[in-house]
Design a protein around this ligand. Structure first.
Ligand code: CUA
Length: 201
Protein backbone atom coordinates (compact mmCIF):
# COMPACT_ATOMS: atom_id res chain seq x y z
CA UNK A 1 0.00 0.00 0.00
CA UNK A 2 1.25 3.46 -0.80
CA UNK A 3 1.58 5.36 2.43
CA UNK A 4 4.07 8.04 1.45
CA UNK A 5 2.46 10.89 -0.48
CA UNK A 6 4.88 12.90 -2.51
CA UNK A 7 4.71 16.68 -2.20
CA UNK A 8 6.57 19.42 -3.98
CA UNK A 9 8.44 20.15 -0.79
CA UNK A 10 10.49 17.00 -1.00
CA UNK A 11 13.01 16.20 -3.69
CA UNK A 12 11.96 13.53 -6.16
CA UNK A 13 14.03 10.39 -5.71
CA UNK A 14 16.47 9.73 -8.54
CA UNK A 15 19.17 11.57 -10.37
CA UNK A 16 17.12 13.43 -12.98
CA UNK A 17 18.92 16.68 -12.26
CA UNK A 18 22.26 15.17 -13.20
CA UNK A 19 23.52 15.89 -16.75
CA UNK A 20 22.14 13.38 -19.28
CA UNK A 21 24.23 10.32 -19.89
CA UNK A 22 26.13 10.16 -23.18
CA UNK A 23 24.04 7.28 -24.52
CA UNK A 24 20.86 9.21 -23.83
CA UNK A 25 22.18 12.16 -25.81
CA UNK A 26 23.11 9.83 -28.64
CA UNK A 27 19.62 8.33 -28.72
CA UNK A 28 17.96 11.73 -28.70
CA UNK A 29 20.22 12.77 -31.57
CA UNK A 30 19.38 9.59 -33.50
CA UNK A 31 15.64 10.09 -32.96
CA UNK A 32 15.86 13.73 -33.99
CA UNK A 33 17.83 12.88 -37.13
CA UNK A 34 15.25 10.24 -38.05
CA UNK A 35 12.45 12.77 -37.51
CA UNK A 36 14.20 15.07 -39.95
CA UNK A 37 14.51 12.25 -42.50
CA UNK A 38 10.77 11.50 -42.25
CA UNK A 39 9.97 15.19 -42.43
CA UNK A 40 12.05 15.51 -45.60
CA UNK A 41 10.31 12.48 -47.08
CA UNK A 42 6.96 14.29 -47.18
CA UNK A 43 7.91 16.85 -49.84
CA UNK A 44 10.33 14.38 -51.43
CA UNK A 45 7.61 11.75 -51.82
CA UNK A 46 5.33 14.30 -53.37
CA UNK A 47 7.76 14.65 -56.28
CA UNK A 48 9.48 11.27 -56.31
CA UNK A 49 6.84 8.89 -55.03
CA UNK A 50 4.93 7.23 -57.83
CA UNK A 51 1.69 6.95 -55.88
CA UNK A 52 0.80 10.59 -55.61
CA UNK A 53 -1.81 11.83 -58.02
CA UNK A 54 -0.45 14.15 -60.64
CA UNK A 55 -3.06 16.52 -61.84
CA UNK A 56 -5.01 19.63 -61.13
CA UNK A 57 -7.58 20.50 -58.53
CA UNK A 58 -10.07 23.24 -59.03
CA UNK A 59 -13.13 24.39 -57.19
CA UNK A 60 -16.28 23.67 -59.08
CA UNK A 61 -19.99 24.13 -58.66
CA UNK A 62 -21.41 20.58 -58.34
CA UNK A 63 -24.38 21.31 -60.63
CA UNK A 64 -22.13 22.88 -63.26
CA UNK A 65 -19.79 19.90 -63.07
CA UNK A 66 -22.70 17.52 -63.46
CA UNK A 67 -23.99 19.47 -66.46
CA UNK A 68 -20.50 19.33 -67.98
CA UNK A 69 -20.40 15.56 -67.44
CA UNK A 70 -23.80 15.05 -69.06
CA UNK A 71 -22.66 17.12 -72.04
CA UNK A 72 -19.48 15.04 -72.27
CA UNK A 73 -21.53 11.83 -72.13
CA UNK A 74 -23.82 12.98 -74.92
CA UNK A 75 -20.87 14.01 -77.05
CA UNK A 76 -19.04 10.68 -77.00
CA UNK A 77 -21.80 8.18 -76.28
CA UNK A 78 -21.29 4.83 -78.01
CA UNK A 79 -23.70 2.62 -76.12
CA UNK A 80 -25.89 2.09 -73.14
CA UNK A 81 -25.97 -0.22 -70.13
CA UNK A 82 -29.29 -0.17 -68.28
CA UNK A 83 -29.82 3.50 -68.86
CA UNK A 84 -26.28 4.61 -68.15
CA UNK A 85 -24.44 5.79 -71.26
CA UNK A 86 -21.22 4.09 -72.33
CA UNK A 87 -18.90 6.89 -73.36
CA UNK A 88 -15.78 6.56 -75.48
CA UNK A 89 -13.81 9.80 -75.67
CA UNK A 90 -10.83 10.10 -78.02
CA UNK A 91 -7.36 9.55 -76.50
CA UNK A 92 -6.01 12.68 -74.86
CA UNK A 93 -9.46 14.02 -74.14
CA UNK A 94 -10.77 15.38 -70.89
CA UNK A 95 -12.87 12.64 -69.33
CA UNK A 96 -15.59 13.44 -66.81
CA UNK A 97 -16.86 11.11 -64.13
CA UNK A 98 -19.35 12.05 -61.47
CA UNK A 99 -20.34 10.24 -58.30
CA UNK A 100 -23.87 10.70 -57.03
CA UNK A 101 -26.12 8.76 -54.74
CA UNK A 102 -25.93 5.96 -55.78
CA UNK A 103 -24.22 5.61 -59.08
CA UNK A 104 -21.16 6.48 -61.12
CA UNK A 105 -21.97 8.38 -64.28
CA UNK A 106 -21.20 7.65 -67.07
CA UNK A 107 -19.58 4.31 -67.99
CA UNK A 108 -16.16 5.05 -69.45
CA UNK A 109 -14.64 3.23 -72.37
CA UNK A 110 -10.94 3.98 -72.68
CA UNK A 111 -8.10 2.68 -74.79
CA UNK A 112 -5.16 0.84 -73.30
CA UNK A 113 -1.87 2.74 -73.42
CA UNK A 114 -3.49 6.09 -74.21
CA UNK A 115 -3.40 9.05 -71.86
CA UNK A 116 -6.54 10.78 -70.64
CA UNK A 117 -7.27 13.59 -68.25
CA UNK A 118 -9.74 12.03 -65.85
CA UNK A 119 -11.88 14.51 -63.92
CA UNK A 120 -13.72 13.33 -60.86
CA UNK A 121 -16.21 15.08 -58.66
CA UNK A 122 -19.38 14.48 -56.75
CA UNK A 123 -22.85 15.94 -57.16
CA UNK A 124 -23.84 15.53 -53.53
CA UNK A 125 -21.79 13.92 -50.76
CA UNK A 126 -18.32 12.43 -50.46
CA UNK A 127 -17.82 9.25 -52.44
CA UNK A 128 -14.80 7.02 -52.84
CA UNK A 129 -13.45 5.96 -56.22
CA UNK A 130 -12.04 2.47 -55.96
CA UNK A 131 -11.17 0.62 -59.15
CA UNK A 132 -11.56 -3.13 -58.90
CA UNK A 133 -9.81 -5.46 -59.17
CA UNK A 134 -6.92 -3.01 -59.39
CA UNK A 135 -5.88 -1.05 -56.34
CA UNK A 136 -6.65 2.49 -57.43
CA UNK A 137 -8.33 4.67 -54.82
CA UNK A 138 -9.33 8.28 -54.80
CA UNK A 139 -11.60 10.51 -52.79
CA UNK A 140 -14.41 12.09 -54.78
CA UNK A 141 -15.47 15.28 -53.08
CA UNK A 142 -18.26 17.70 -53.99
CA UNK A 143 -17.19 21.22 -55.04
CA UNK A 144 -13.76 19.95 -56.06
CA UNK A 145 -12.75 18.80 -59.51
CA UNK A 146 -9.83 16.40 -59.19
CA UNK A 147 -8.24 15.85 -62.54
CA UNK A 148 -5.76 13.03 -62.91
CA UNK A 149 -3.57 12.18 -65.85
CA UNK A 150 -4.23 8.50 -66.35
CA UNK A 151 -2.99 5.92 -68.80
CA UNK A 152 -4.81 2.58 -68.55
CA UNK A 153 -2.16 -0.13 -68.61
CA UNK A 154 -4.45 -3.16 -68.65
CA UNK A 155 -7.40 -3.96 -70.85
CA UNK A 156 -10.49 -5.28 -69.16
CA UNK A 157 -13.89 -4.56 -67.79
CA UNK A 158 -13.41 -2.94 -64.41
CA UNK A 159 -15.76 -1.94 -61.65
CA UNK A 160 -15.73 1.28 -59.70
CA UNK A 161 -16.72 0.54 -56.11
CA UNK A 162 -17.68 3.36 -53.78
CA UNK A 163 -15.46 2.99 -50.75
CA UNK A 164 -16.76 5.96 -48.77
CA UNK A 165 -20.00 5.41 -46.87
CA UNK A 166 -22.45 7.75 -48.55
CA UNK A 167 -25.88 6.57 -47.50
CA UNK A 168 -28.38 3.75 -47.56
CA UNK A 169 -27.50 2.70 -51.10
CA UNK A 170 -23.73 2.94 -50.65
CA UNK A 171 -23.17 -0.79 -51.23
CA UNK A 172 -25.01 -0.64 -54.55
CA UNK A 173 -22.92 2.20 -55.92
CA UNK A 174 -21.00 0.35 -58.60
CA UNK A 175 -19.68 1.88 -61.79
CA UNK A 176 -17.86 0.57 -64.79
CA UNK A 177 -14.68 1.37 -66.72
CA UNK A 178 -14.06 -0.59 -69.88
CA UNK A 179 -10.52 -0.57 -71.18
CA UNK A 180 -10.14 -1.89 -74.70
CA UNK A 181 -6.84 -2.99 -76.19
CA UNK A 182 -5.30 -1.30 -79.23
CA UNK A 183 -7.39 -3.51 -81.53
CA UNK A 184 -10.51 -2.17 -79.86
CA UNK A 185 -11.33 -5.40 -78.09
CA UNK A 186 -12.63 -5.52 -74.54
CA UNK A 187 -10.63 -8.39 -73.10
CA UNK A 188 -13.07 -9.50 -70.45
CA UNK A 189 -16.70 -10.03 -71.22
CA UNK A 190 -18.67 -8.93 -68.21
CA UNK A 191 -21.79 -8.01 -70.10
CA UNK A 192 -23.86 -10.08 -67.70
CA UNK A 193 -22.61 -8.18 -64.67
CA UNK A 194 -24.99 -5.73 -63.07
CA UNK A 195 -24.16 -2.11 -62.56
CA UNK A 196 -25.99 0.82 -60.99
CA UNK A 197 -29.65 1.01 -60.03
CA UNK A 198 -29.66 -1.55 -57.27
CA UNK A 199 -26.38 -3.28 -57.97
CA UNK A 200 -25.74 -6.98 -57.55
CA UNK A 201 -28.61 -8.92 -56.05
CU1 CUA B 1 -21.00 6.56 -52.77
CU2 CUA B 1 -20.60 5.13 -50.93
Amino acid sequence: MLTKVHTGLEAVPGIWWQPAHKTEKVWVAVAFAWCMVLFAMMPLWHWKGGQNPSGVRTRVDPKAYFARTVKFAQQYKVGDDRGIPIVQPPPGADVYLVGLTYQWYPILKLEQGKEYMLHMSSLDVNHGFSLYPLNVNFAVVPTFDYALRVTPTAAGDFRIICNEFCGIGHHTMVGRVIVVDSAGRSVADNTGARVGYGGAR
